[in-house]
Design a protein around this ligand. Structure first.
Ligand code: CDP
Length: 226
């Protein structure tokens, strides 16, 4: 793919690689789940705990969605995606999330992101990837798969608090509606629909605090490692 000629070949990997444990064997932890389930927080904590690199694959789709919102063609935006596109302000808004889930149904967009994600997953030193299709399509051979979920109301409230904390003006009902709309689009698409891999450990965080959810994820991974 054209990624080899842009920063996808190295820049993004460099940007998201935060640790170096000296471990040389690849080891992939796939963390999937619906919108605002806590995947990001859990993934970052897991990556820090085990000293692995972390890739937030949702950010790739958000960056493409943001470009489409300003008039770009989705496939051209994907092929031309650069590391700095993942750092622009505003990628975490509800509007960009909707745009992301719309470009995420396009098979060519998903196909163009495949090699980069797979290469990241098998990098030396271990990798945590979070998204929707990591355990099912990107890394079906991942050593550990978690499917993080929670009720739509709980997820909506968490995302609402996060967005309001960042200064967004939005209502709780609108956030829950956004979460439900994205879940439906993500689960019903033909290409790489959101669903737990058959061998995934399902982690329902509805009644868990963030620290308890992180502890449970680390315990599940530690069990797989031993
Ligand atoms: O943080 P949140 O769970 O709300 O969303 P995200 O992980 O940033 O993903 C945004 C959107 O990108 C999702 O609603 C999906 O449509 C899409 N996505 C995907 O299709 N496949 C992935 N591996 C990651 C994200």
């Amino acid at each position: 793919m054209a990624f080899h000629s842009n920063v996808f070949g190295s820049g993004v990997v460099a940007m998201v690689t935060r640790t170096d444990t000296g471990m040389t064997e690849p080891f992939t932890i796939a963390i999937d789940g619906p919108a605002a389930a806590g995947k990001g927080t859990i993934s970052k904590a897991v990556a820090a705990h085990f000293g692995y690199a972390h890739l937030d694959t949702g950010l790739l789709y958000r960056a493409i969605g943001a470009k489409v919102m300003t008039g770009s063609d989705a496939i051209e935006a994907t092929v031309g995606l650069r590391a700095e596109d993942l750092e622009v302000d505003g990628l975490r808004t509800a509007e960009v999330a909707q745009a992301a889930s719309k470009v995420a149904v396009i098979p060519e967009v998903r196909a163009a992101l495949l090699d980069f994600q797979r290469a990241f997953a098998r990098r030396a030193g271990g990798a945590v990837l979070d998204g929707r299709d990591i355990g099912t399509v990107i890394c079906p051979q991942a050593e550990v798969k978690l499917f993080v979920t929670a009720s739509a109301e709980v997820r909506g409230k968490r995302r609402y608090d996060e967005l309001v904390g960042r200064g967004d003006t939005i209502t709780l009902d609108d956030v829950i509606e956004d979460v439900r709309a994205r879940d439906a689009r993500d689960m019903e698409r033909v290409e790489a629909p959101l669903k737990p891999a058959e061998d995934a450990h399902v982690l329902d965080t509805s009644a868990l605090s963030i620290s308890d959810a992180v502890a449970e994820a680390i315990a599940a991974i530690t069990q797989k490692l031993s």
